[in-house]
Write a protein that binds this ligand. Structure first.
Ligand code: NPQ
Ligand code: MG
Length: 361
């Protein structure tokens, strides 16, 4: 990281979700995350969003931990221009890497998409739909997203709320591109239930088994026609290569935070291109700050499938930035301004900040 960094500010923000979002690992009623503002000479700034959650339930990172590792380890090292030596905090590292990259690119007048080697000005968008108690509510939500033009609808599943639910959605929407995401909820005891999904014409099944169960995914992929897609498992390019060569999956979801930042995401993009494995950009209910970086990544040629790059109004009444919108054709514009191309709107940010701290050399 080369930009001459004068200081870095941490901002903990909280936004209410329009609708509680339930997955196999829990329910979120609001979005709380840590934003990183890289401050350069003459108050130039760059923004990054840490995709950790309030509790370490998606992965081992969570907001309090990210705040501390950024404040006491990652930022002091960046300010001193030395490697941090930090391990296993990829989401915190990614937020700082994007913020510093944004600061650099703003001074160079180059967009993040161009910096990545993006080739698209619009990207196809998918949407993730949480677990609902009532099937009618789920069908109504899916109907709204299908008519909004989303190119893929992802349904969250868990043991006991899977095949019958997905079959009901398939019967109601015979031609809709559907996928499911188990968030690693199945085990050797419950995995056979997923075989019942194989005749529902799904695009793929995302992360059925625990993140470290590569063998389980290899065995399951051999038993199913439906492609498996890995999310939580793929924490680096090394793991991605193993998963591809061992056929533990046929598709990979790439998240900037999960792999530790843009540099590693670009390495995964390269090896997936070499082996013809389709990619899509995953989401973590980001605000517009994180969403901008995701959309820039999705502009790369290897991201051929609709990502969880949904519109701001999928989650928020009012986003922190100018809203990201999905057109009726199911695509979203890639920001072409310098850096990530967006910044928090001061009044929205003030209203959402619950804690802030500036770290200086
Ligand atoms: C996934 N994302 O693909 C994650 C899971 C997830 C869009 O499904 C707050 C913050 C709540 C991040 C709930 C999507 C979340 C979250 C679910 C991420 O596995
Ligand atoms: Mg997932």
């Amino acid at each position: 990281m080369t930009a001459d960094l004068a200081a870095v500010e941490l901002l903990r923000v909280r936004l209410p979700l329009k609708r509680a979002f339930t997955t196999s690992f829990g329910t979120s009623a609001d979005k709380e995350c840590v934003l990183v503002r890289a401050i350069g000479p003459d108050d130039a700034e760059g923004w990054g969003e840490c995709t950790a959650m309030e509790a370490p339930r998606y992965s081992g990172e969570w907001n309090d931990g990210a705040w501390l590792v950024l404040r006491d380890h990652l930022i002091p090292a960046a300010l001193a221009g030395r490697p941090s030596g930090v391990r296993s905090h990829p989401m915190a590292e990614a937020a700082l890497e994007v913020a510093v990259t944004d600061l650099e690119l703003r001074s160079e007048g180059v967009s993040l998409s161009t910096h990545f080697g993006g080739v698209r000005h619009r990207v196809p968008c998918g949407v993730s739909v949480g677990i609902e108690d009532r099937i009618d509510d789920l069908l109504e939500l899916v109907s709204g997203f299908v008519s909004a033009g989303y190119r893929r609808v992802k349904l969250k599943i868990e043991p006991g709320r899977d095949v019958e639910t997905v079959r009901a959605v398939r019967e109601a929407f015979p031609h809709a591109p559907l996928s499911v995401d188990a968030n690693a909820a199945y085990t050797g005891e419950t995995v056979d239930a997923l075989l019942g999904l194989d005749d529902l014409g799904l695009e793929y099944i995302e992360q059925p088994l625990p993140e470290d169960d590569l063998l389980g995914h290899i065995e399951l992929q051999r038993r199913m026609a439906t492609p498996l897609c890995l999310d939580e498992t793929v924490t680096s390019a090394r793991v991605a290569r193993a998963a591809i060569e061992l056929e533990a999956c046929r598709i990979i979801n790439v998240k900037l935070g999960r792999v530790g930042g843009p540099a590693e995401a670009l390495r995964i993009h390269e090896l997936a291109r070499e082996s013809g494995v389709p990619l899509w950009v995953g989401g973590m209910l980001e605000t517009g700050v994180g969403r901008a970086a995701n959309v820039a990544l999705a502009s790369l040629p290897g991201f051929t499938l609709p990502g969880d790059t949904s519109a701001s109004d999928r989650y928020f009444e009012a986003d922190l930035t100018e809203p990201f919108e999905v057109d009726a054709d199911g695509t979203m514009a890639v920001p072409d301004g310098p850096g990530i191309g967006v910044a928090p709107l001061p009044d929205r940010l003030e209203a959402a900040v619950v804690e802030r701290l500036t770290v200086r050399p």
